[in-house]
Design a protein around this ligand. Structure first.
Ligand code: SF4
Ligand code: SF4
Length: 181
């Protein structure tokens, strides 16, 4: 399994920070049937990638997740990611123990983006998704506390060189795509 330097206690602190915020001040799942949790799971290739070391705060025997370890060679991941990563899937979406949602779920619909000069910003998720998120489509104004908390969380996370490499690589790919448009 690839080993990042982010410690268990850092992940715990980040989970606690993000437990206190939501993208909007109501349950956005009510406007789309919780598309990001449900529709994604209709496609067996979809899952949630855990960040390097994020597995440390999860119980492999918990009954709400299935686990798979996959080789980093099979995915567009930075060259520094050598080994295996964990992909998890929830068994009963959209229901899960909210305090245990992985970082990927907690950041959605935002993503971290690094400008060329290394400045971090949170941007709307622009990956091709097998469902439509109304908040992304309409670029809904998100709760400022959520934007700030996700920014703070990723500011800590990118101190881990592996996570930095991933965010940097995704950001350059995003820049290239927008230059081509
Ligand atoms: S994040 Fe988007 S897709 Fe997910 S429940 Fe909220 S509005 Fe729906
Ligand atoms: S962990 Fe929770 S929030 Fe994330 S996809 Fe599963 S049901 Fe949805």
């Amino acid at each position: 399994m690839i080993k990042g330097v982010t410690r268990r206690r850092t992940y715990k602190a980040i989970y606690r920070l993000l437990d206190r915020v939501s993208p909007v001040p109501f349950d956005c799942g009510t406007i789309c049937g919780a598309a990001c949790c449900n529709a994604a799971y209709a496609d067996e290739d979809m899952g949630i990638m855990l960040l390097p070391g994020e597995e440390k705060i999860h119980d492999r025997h918990a009954d709400w997740l299935t686990w798979e370890s996959l080789s980093t060679d099979e995915y567009e991941l930075p060259g520094s990611w050598k080994g295996k990563i964990y992909f998890v899937k929830c068994k009963t979406p959209p229901h899960c123990p909210r305090h245990m949602r992985p970082i990927q779920c907690r950041s959605f619909p935002l993503l971290p983006h690094l400008d060329e000069d290394g400045t971090l910003q949170m941007v709307f998720n622009d990956y091709d998704l097998p469902y439509a998120c109304p908040m992304i489509e309409e670029e809904t104004e998100l709760d400022e506390r959520f934007v700030r908390a996700t920014y703070t969380a990723w500011k800590h996370l990118i101190r881990d060189p592996l996570i930095y490499d991933m965010v940097w690589g995704d950001s350059r790919a995003r820049d290239m795509e927008s230059d081509e448009e």
